[in-house]
Design a protein around this ligand. Structure first.
Ligand SMILES: C[S@@+](CC[C@H](N)C(=O)[O-])C[C@H]1O[C@@H](n2cnc3c(N)ncnc32)[C@H](O)[C@@H]1O
Length: 341
């Protein structure tokens, strides 16, 4: 990415910066910031994809820690991209080193093709929602702040939480609440939601969920509506459906020595990342001798291997940052085995 190319792209994609939107964004404290920055200091020069750009905290730390890389930041949220545009406009050091695109991350291959990026130096996935998405009541993600039942990370999507809550069949709802959040009272909650229709606000939904959970269980494990809200949000944004294939795209596109790092926050995400990483470790992939520029000593078999890096935030971080409590970091690196020479 040359500097002209990246700034051109930024202005093409987001012709008007929207100060109103970006100024209402609250802060987002990036989880395991130092560990993530450290993780990308050894990758080869080139482009690291931040697939969940958010407020760019991780991206900025990665850029600072490794001067030989550029970041391609993806986010499907208009507010996040408007904010990124402002960051680039305000900070000359980011121009030429940061390009952003408003897409859902499973379009990664298309974006790489459009930008003529053949291989990447790595990728970061910091899954889930950002603090601004939770804090701005009208986004409808929070059971604490009263807002419309929305929960769309991409404001252009058709499916909203209101559709899921008011139109899905009871059995479908129960299935989603079980699969996406391991909620043991899923069937009771689904029945209560159907009985209370129409539901149009987050606080009304939260009340219905709380009332459906037996009183002794309400007093354990955080807010009783938390898991059901998570489950509906995952359904609205198809979060688990697209994760495995996107991780695979990222791993395939990563060059030797590059790394893919994933921060997960719940068991559904954990299961998928573990599966994808495990199967990538098994499936070694032959380097194709398609380019005259590949040196003979580089010919061999590529595979991925796990990287030894802290998997959990420190205790101090877990006490200071609520989001860090459930976080888990997994990193793999593309290796070259059986190289000649
Ligand atoms: C946890 S926040 C990332 C915070 C970021 N690491 C930072 O330091 O500010 C997740 C962000 O990823 C975005 N996101 C989540 N899933 C996405 C997807 N499938 N495609 C694109 N963006 C996604 C959300 O809109 C949100 O802005």
């Amino acid at each position: 990415m040359t500097s002209e190319k990246s700034s051109d792209l930024n202005s093409q994609l987001n012709p008007q910066l929207n100060p109103q939107v970006s100024s209402r964004l609250t802060t987002h404290e990036p989880v395991m910031l130092n560990e993530i920055a450290q993780c990308f200091t050894t990758v080869p020069p080139g482009v690291v994809v931040d697939a969940t750009f958010g407020l760019g905290g991780h991206a900025k730390a990665i850029l600072k820690a490794n001067p030989s890389i550029q970041i391609l930041g993806l986010d499907q949220d208009a507010d996040a991209i408007a904010n990124a545009e402002r960051m680039i406009a305000d900070d000359a050091s980011l121009r030429g080193r940061l390009t952003v695109r408003r897409v859902r991350f499973d379009s990664l291959n298309t974006v790489l093709e459009e930008l003529s990026i053949k291989e990447i130096s790595g990728a970061l996935f910091d899954l889930g929602v950002s603090s601004p998405q939770l804090d701005i009541a009208e986004r409808g993600f929070s059971y604490r702040n009263d807002g419309p039942l929305d929960m769309r990370m991409d404001q252009r999507s058709e499916l909203s939480a209101a559709d899921v809550v008011n139109n899905y069949q009871e059995s479908e709802l129960a299935g989603i609440i079980t699969q996406n959040a391991d909620e043991r009272f899923a069937r009771r909650i689904a029945r209560a939601i159907v009985a209370a229709r129409p539901i149009s606000t987050t606080t009304h939904l939260a009340e219905v969920i709380v009332a459906a959970i037996p009183a002794p269980a309400r007093r354990t494990g955080g807010h009783p509506a938390k898991r059901t809200f998570q489950a509906i949000r995952i359904e609205v944004n198809k979060e688990l459906e697209i994760l495995a294939r996107t991780l695979q795209i990222a791993i395939d596109a990563t060059k030797v020595g590059g790394r893919v790092a994933v921060l997960t926050y719940h068991s559904g995400e954990n299961r998928i990342v573990k599966q994808v990483f495990r199967s990538s470790e098994k499936d070694a992939d032959e380097i194709k001798i398609g380019s005259p520029y590949v040196h003979e000593s580089q010919l061999g078999t590529r595979r991925v291997s796990r990287v030894r890096i802290a998997q959990y935030p420190s205790e101090q971080e877990q006490t200071q940052n609520r989001r860090a409590k459930s976080a888990r970091l997994r990193v793999i690196e593309k290796d070259l085995v059986g190289a000649r020479g």
